[in-house]
Design a binder for this molecule. Structure first.
Ligand code: SF4
Length: 221
């Protein structure tokens, strides 16, 4: 099997911040996951619809996923080729890789002067811990790879068609070192054995974990 070009994704990083065992199971034992129920699927759909409504504000953007369905080296190279073009470039799902971590940005705009504006869309009114870490790791990767970040924005929900756009760049600058330390920690976890972590508050917070059934079964065995 061809090796992936990344060790883990932004989503996996966020899961690791919820629970160290979760990032391990997510990578190596995904078959043990309980599939999402109807309520969760409906929530995901609302999130996708909200993201699409925001993306509609960028009618000239190129959707990288439309050109490469699988996120591979080609996907990342294609993103770079588009960003290397002269002038303004707007992309959906740009694939950026740094420090073995892959992020796909919701909306990435390269401006005429070569600086970047990034928009991460969240169908939420509040920034919970998962969203905060999502932004932090995404900023870390984008900052090291793209260098000239003009703004790094989180787009949250006022209502289904109104968006609140807030630039978090300054705040995220302060989290670069802690993100780097966690990436190293997760790299070590993924090179070892399944972490022995008892169930607790983390199993429901900030989101119910997909591996609860597995961990519950293991606890009673
Ligand atoms: S169920 Fe709890 S202990 Fe098990 S992986 Fe998920 S968060 Fe971690």
């Amino acid at each position: 099997m061809k090796q992936k070009v990344y060790l883990f994704t932004k989503t996996a990083f966020v899961r690791g911040m919820q629970c160290r065992k979760l990032i391990y199971l997510d990578k190596y034992c995904s078959k043990l996951r309980t599939p999402p129920d109807a309520e969760t699927l409906a929530r995901f759909k609302k999130g996708r619809d909200f993201e699409t409504a925001f993306k509609d504000l960028f009618p000239n953007a190129v959707d990288v996923k439309q050109h490469h369905k699988i996120v591979s080296e080609k996907y990342i190279d294609f993103t770079q080729t588009l960003l290397d073009k002269e002038g303004k470039v707007e992309l959906f799902e740009a694939g950026i890789l740094y420090d073995k971590v892959l992020v796909l940005t919701d909306v990435l705009r390269k401006n005429e002067d070569g600086s970047y504006d990034i928009f991460e869309v969240k169908h939420s009114e509040k920034i919970n811990s998962a969203i905060a870490w999502d932004l932090a790791v995404q900023y870390y990767v984008c900052k090291h790879k793209l260098h000239r970040i003009n703004t790094f924005n989180v787009v949250t929900r006022v209502n289904e068609t109104e968006f609140l756009v807030v630039d978090k760049k300054e705040e995220l600058e302060e989290k670069l070192d802690i993100v780097s330390a966690h990436i190293k920690e997760f790299e070590e976890i993924l090179q070892g054995f399944e972490p022995d972590i008892p169930m607790g508050e983390q199993c429901e917070n900030p989101y119910p974990c997909d591996f609860r059934k597995y961990c519950m079964m293991k606890q009673v065995l």
